[in-house]
Design a protein around this ligand. Sequence first.
Ligand SMILES: Nc1ncnc2c1ncn2[C@@H]1O[C@H](COP(=O)(O)OP(=O)(O)OP(=O)(O)O)[C@@H](O)[C@H]1O
Length: 238
Amino acid sequence: MFLKKIMIRSDESILEGEYPFTIPTIRNFRELELTNSVTFFVGENGTGKSTLLEAIADQCEFNTAGGGRNNYYEVDAAESSLGKYVKLSWMPKVTNGFFLRAETFYQFASHVEESESINFYGGKSLHEQSHGESFLSLFLHRFNGRAIYLLDEPEAALSPQRQLAFLRIMHDLIQEEDCQFIIATHSPIILGFPDATILSFDNGEIEEVEYEQTAHYQTTKYFLDHREKFLKELLEGD
Ligand SMILES: Nc1ncnc2c1ncn2[C@@H]1O[C@H](COP(=O)(O)OP(=O)(O)OP(=O)(O)O)[C@@H](O)[C@H]1O
């Protein structure tokens, strides 16, 4: 593990009432210790997971549009509003890594086409692979070494089988290459990675929860166990 702590800077005055401090979890956030090679951010839509992940990417000097330190390209409105308020504590510091944003991956693929060797991505243009195939190519061929990976909803392009393949790739990168991952996810499959730390952004603060406590696990389990009853209540109820 490399990144040990994320803190709000005491020397920057917080603009109360302005984004990103309008988000309760971000307004209440002061510091977070990381103690695990895999940390998940979970919570309802709009609770600030991407906002914090993007701020961490900003302070890692990764491209906040998605990419690593050496990926220079621009996407509208990709700058981090929280970045300048955040300080990172490392032991030891690494500069290698990647910030994955599903929604700007197309632009990242175009940037790769113009500037990098496609050999880094399995020898095939990312645009000539399906969305899910191109994600897996990135994980398999570009992710390596002592590095930190910040992934925002990696499941967006992945089938359940490919999500399992991703867990295996992540497992090998941690065991063999000493990688650290911080992942915002809604996937009950990805969240199931053994012994990970799960941090909930619900309830206006960041708190550690067990896998079985997450709404993602509970709702999915209930749906699969009682699908017909669940859908009848949902669709026929008042
Ligand atoms: N540039 C912006 N200006 C104002 N509000 C914003 C801006 N970007 C995001 N927000 C708001 O901040 C809140 C948190 O957004 P964020 O993307 O961090 O949520 P999230 O927890 O990652 O959600 P999701 O699970 O849907 O991805 C949302 O209500 C969103 O509308």
